[in-house]
Design a protein around this ligand. Sequence first.
Ligand SMILES: [Fe+2]
Length: 340
Amino acid sequence: MKILSLKPGHDGTIVYLSEGQLMFSLEGEKNSFRRYSAVTVNLFVEAMSYLKELPEVVAVSGWYKGVGPLDNISTVSDSGYDGLDNIISENSTFLGKDIKRFSSSHERSHLMCSYGMSPFEQGRPCYALVWEGVLGNFYKIDEDVNITSLGQVIEDINCDGMFEVYDLNYDQVAKFIYEDNIIAWVQGKYEIGPRALGNRSLLASPFQEEMQARLNQIKKREGYRPIAPICLEEDVSEHFDWSDPSPYMLYFQKLKTDQLKAVTHVDNTARVQTVNSSQNPQLHELLIAFKGLSGFGVMCNTSLNFLGTGFINEMSDLVYYVQQQKLDGFVVNNKFYVAR
Ligand SMILES: [Fe+2]
């Protein structure tokens, strides 16, 4: 069988096998490229110059999007990283020839590679351990090469011990924000469009100018960029020159107070989002708890995303973001995580 095999992400490699013979193996990092380099267009073109025939199988390794497991932007490519049944095997074409397109998850590839390279005959059942940067797991491989996971050695590698975890208590979270901590706030599904309307937000206290600077630093934005307020709908006319609902943050208002410094732009305006209890009951309740402490049902609200990307939607991305940007904590649905 003639197999062209590509591992696109971390430790990117292009390999060609013909009838069990290794014809070439090119790695992205060789020639003094950075360690862990992905396959580049140049590497692919070079590999194609060595290819003397068309393959029968094109195999692409499952991986995260991105190079390293922690710089992934949530989703996976091909068969992904985790999973024992994640195989793609389908008919396709390659340079005009009918071929089989194959992909296996990274986890399964570890097991199949070690099984295939083991010294004993194929078909003998065995146990296996995968121990690498993300996976730590024991497996059983039976005589038909079915794999069963036997138990994790590494559990929840990214979260273990890094956070104190509480059931969501609005008074506790409001107090945490009132004490000038910045949290990520995740509730339910993310919003359509680019604007955080209370389901994928960074929330913070609205009173200090420094909070605006700190939020812009976290967001890697210019220091002069305004931070929008989110406000109890029933209180909007008290703090802003506005009396209607503004659930989509579409209108500018003059401020009626000089106390909301973190959300007041240089021209004394803000672009408020109002919240009522049917539109976003969780955030409405949090604003009521915050008002109980501060006298203002208003907070800073800005979108929860890496610079230049869409909203965060995976726990692994969120934990990475919280670590990278040094947030003080986060809420995901009914759990509150405080950074240790
Ligand atoms: Fe690995």
